[in-house]
Design a protein around this ligand. Structure first.
Ligand SMILES: NC(=O)c1ccc[n+]([C@@H]2O[C@H](COP(=O)([O-])OP(=O)(O)OC[C@H]3O[C@@H](n4cnc5c(N)ncnc54)[C@H](OP(=O)(O)O)[C@@H]3O)[C@@H](O)[C@H]2O)c1
Length: 332
């Protein structure tokens, strides 16, 4: 099968390669991939930045979510049959959606929302699961609460704004002028132009922050939260709590604890709980998300669709950090 691979970590372009079509295990299906989306984690994996959390063998097929059709099922698969249209984020040990086929565990799959094209459906799994886990599992956002969602015009932000509105929250978000109309259309109640305004001086007494930017922006986010509030970040540093929950072992947990000491101090100073989220695959949560989409409560937001041969260009566009919504690879 055709696939986009890297041969070593580093800032090297992907190459189009002929790879063996994957064998499936008893609980796996072979999916024919119709479309995949590009996520920043793809170039972070390529650069070796995720090595501490997951190790991969080379050559490595990149790509972390997709939509497609079930082509074969393993002997013990019960929930899917050949011909089912599906969408998924494979588990981290078995990534590789920039390819014609993938072997994927049935627990990681859901039927694709019926009202979406394959390109639209491929835009959802990674950002949908990330937002769902951040807002429901970690923040446990309640109706009437106020949340700040950083980088509202990005892949994660465009989904998270819609989900937070669906949960009945009031949403503030940061965006440049280029993203302002989009986040307004998605339902943001307050839009901070991050190029000309300081969100930490404008927003006060928020119940929650969903941070997708990390660094100084995450640190300043503590200033907008009220005592007892919560911050979840997908781009900040993992802390000791994450290390323990993720089963990272003693030394990595110690490393996380040392690296995140500033965030731990901010947690204490503001009486706020900080959680680092490394999203998990979940077919079950994708079924819930499919229902939101089929009932028109959440819509996909696509910036641009690239052909498979242009996958490297699509990656470079994603790396520019300027996308409004999602970047898609049309594979079939
Ligand atoms: N830990 C996890 O499990 C996990 C899961 C998902 C994502 N993530 C991480 O989350 C981050 C965001 O992912 P994404 O897919 O949303 O990225 P993305 O789609 O590439 O984000 C691009 C958007 O970010 C906006 N932006 C850039 N700098 C900004 C700033 N200072 N303030 C406000 N907006 C800003 C840009 O708006 P303008 O062009 O208008 O500036 C653009 O619309 C990535 O680092 C990704 O790796 C982590």
């Amino acid at each position: 099968m055709r696939a986009m691979v890297i041969d070593r970590y580093g800032k090297v372009p992907m190459r189009l390669a002929e790879m063996p079509t994957p064998e499936i295990g008893d609980y796996e299906v072979l999916a024919e991939i119709h479309a995949a989306s590009i996520n920043p984690v793809d170039f972070k994996i390529r650069d070796g930045k995720v090595k501490l959390l997951v190790k991969y063998k080379m050559p490595l097929i990149l790509g972390n979510d997709f939509s497609g059709v079930v082509a074969k099922v393993g002997a013990k698969v019960t929930r899917f049959k050949v011909g089912d249209e599906i969408y998924a984020r494979p588990r981290k040990s078995k990534i590789g959606t920039f390819a014609e086929y993938i072997a994927i565990h049935e627990d990681d799959i859901a039927l694709k929302p019926k009202n979406l094209s394959f390109e639209e459906a491929a835009s959802i799994p990674l950002v949908g699961l990330t937002s769902y886990q951040a807002l429901t599992d970690i923040l446990q956002l309640q109706k009437g609460q106020k949340i700040l969602i950083q980088a509202g015009a990005g892949g994660v932000g465009t989904f998270a704004i819609q989900l937070a509105k669906l949960m009945g929250a009031t949403v503030a978000t940061t965006a440049s002028e280029a993203g302002a109309n989009l986040v307004k259309y998605l339902g943001a109640n307050e839009i901070i132009n991050y190029k000309t305004e300081k969100f930490e001086e404008i927003l006060k007494n928020y119940d929650a922050v969903f941070d997708t930017l990390g660094g100084e922006i995450l640190e300043k986010s503590f200033e907008v939260i009220k005592s007892g509030g919560k911050i979840v970040s997908v781009s900040g540093l993992p802390n000791a709590r994450f290390g323990k929950e993720y089963g990272s072992g003693f030394f990595k947990t110690l490393l996380f604890s040392a690296a995140s000491h500033k965030l731990t101090a901010l947690e204490k100073k503001h009486n706020v709980q900080y959680t680092f989220l490394f999203m998990k695959p979940s077919g079950e949560q994708l079924r819930i998300i499919a229902n939101f989409i089929e009932t028109g409560k959440i819509k996909p937001v696509i910036d641009k669709v690239f052909t498979f041969n242009d996958a490297q260009k699509a990656m470079e566009y994603a790396e520019s950090g300027r996308a409004k919504g999602k970047i898609i690879l049309k594979i079939k």
